[in-house]
Write a protein that binds this ligand. Sequence first.
Ligand code: AMP
Ligand code: MG
Length: 316
Amino acid sequence: MLTAVLFSSCTQKYEQNTYFALDTYIQTNLPVGKHSGLDDYISTFEKKLSKTYEGGELYNLNLGVEQTVSTELYELIERSVQISESTGGAFDVTVGSIMSLWDFKSENAKVPDSESIKNALASSGYGKLKLQNGQIMLNSVSVDLGGIAKGYIAQKCVEYLHGQNINTGFISFGGNIALVGPKTNGEKWNIALKDPLNTDKTVGQLKADSGYISVSGDYERYFELDGKRYHHIIDPQSGMPTDNGIASVMVYSNDGALADALSTALFVMGLEQSLEFYEKNVFDYEAIIITKDRYIYVSDGLEDVFTITSEQYVAA
Ligand code: AMP
Ligand code: MG
């Protein structure tokens, strides 16, 4: 926990706290004194679901260490495989081998050579992963829950707070926001959507009082070389950062894991395929897609609650 700033909002005082976990700053805005235990609660999930947490469950799974996996890890991998299938592999929970070739944090980041990418592609593909009776058989792939775990944990946190009768506030996990409930005066929260092409600015505002919001953008983790941006949302077909004209995707759903996985998946699918996918009603969600040529696509269910505030963008 880094800060604890008190401020008042409507009739009840809210308290802001910041934790660092899951490689991100987690900010809570909850009624004063009502956040206790949340950091420990988040840590228990990090130990199970993070592929970089040394000695953690997913870390050990990818190393091939014999262990009994928790229900949470098993269920989230199972869910991830289902979403991988339903999105035709745009979301692919086995991008682990490919992700480990890309170091977005390094000062001397470089593009992996084509041979390494070819090899990593050979040891990925959700079809290889087998789950049966609590056993996970990797069959050469490496599991990466980076595109779904935060949304899943976000929902667990909301359920944890509801269990303590805390029904107002929100939690922000960087690109994932979980709404615990409306303001104490019954009003909805205003959630600003970042301008993906100018991240100091925002493009619009969403009004909501429950549910999960996940944003995937090419500005979240990236490096630039020779004027080209290489970012962390990988096209599992090519092993390269997705380059299809999408700048960011926001998904809103009552299912946290789904919102997270779909924002990644729609980003990879690109505009046309995403619009077709939405029409098919495979899942229950709403979405906003922002293209690099500054169009904003808002799905039907968000039209009345999302307002574009930037003149730099055109509603499509
Ligand atoms: P997000 O910011 O939710 O879009 O998730 C991006 C993270 O998900 C990356 O840092 C990877 O860990 C992982 N990832 C990248 N590309 C994919 C993909 N196509 N399918 C599933 N997970 C991915
Ligand atoms: Mg995601």
